[in-house]
Ligand binder design. Structure first.
Ligand code: GRF
Length: 203
């Protein structure tokens, strides 16, 4: 199966996918990595793995809609079975969602619907929750609102700061991403309203 991964930063989730794909038994190939900016470690990781990259920065296009169309076209060129947003910091538009809405997943570093947005771990600490975690979901038009595929919880410890909690979440998040992307592509999925069903066995 073919995946395109979209990144904006360090790309440690991308790296986990690249590492998993090195084993043929995983059955997945990262066919391209896209970014909304140059000069990020995520692009270097892709290049080091021999994966083609493309960059579509919003500023390079006359409008957000033009950017959305260009991004859609660049992703489509690689004919992915699934598109994975792994720390991609841009909200895609209607055109992208029309093309990939039922096969575009994002990983977020909170237990949604709690703490959507840019600062999941910081907001979880601030609220004082005792469990934090990560959520993999199908992207819809909202911010971190789409149908949930899987969640993983980690404890919040008494001496955590934003950095230590963020790191603990990311370890679990990467593992979940690799497991669930493999599972989705092996078994297939259906989305009915908010309910995601993987495979046929538990339908
Ligand atoms: C992930 O924790 C994701 O949930 C958040 O940004 C992080 C991306 O990290 N939105 P990386 O670039 O994969 O290292």
């Amino acid at each position: 199966a073919r995946i395109v991964v979209l990144v904006s930063g360090s790309g440690s989730n991308l790296q986990a996918l690249l590492d998993a794909c090195a084993d043929p038994a995983y059955g997945v190939r990262v066919v391209a990595v896209g970014a909304d900016r140059d000069g990020i470690a995520g692009l270097d990781r892709a290049t080091a793995a021999g994966v083609p990259v493309f960059v579509d920065s919003v500023a390079a296009y006359p409008s957000r809609e033009d950017w959305d169309r260009a991004l859609t076209a660049h992703v489509a060129e690689h004919q992915p079975d699934l598109v994975v947003s792994a720390g991609f910091l841009k909200l895609v538009g209607a055109h992208f969602l029309a093309a990939f809405g039922d096969r575009y997943v994002n990983t977020h570093n909170s237990l949604l619907p709690a703490f959507p947005g840019m600062h999941g771990p910081r907001d979880a600490l601030g609220y004082g929750v005792k469990l934090a975690g990560a959520t993999l979901f199908f992207v819809d038009a909202g911010v971190d609102t789409g149908p949930i595929i899987a969640q993983v919880a980690v404890p919040v410890l008494g001496d955590d700061d934003e950095e230590t909690l963020t790191e603990r979440i990311k370890v679990a998040e990467r593992r979940q991403l690799v497991t669930q992307v493999g599972r989705l592509l092996r078994e297939g999925w259906t989305i009915t309203g908010r309910k995601v069903t993987i495979g046929v066995s538990d339908r």
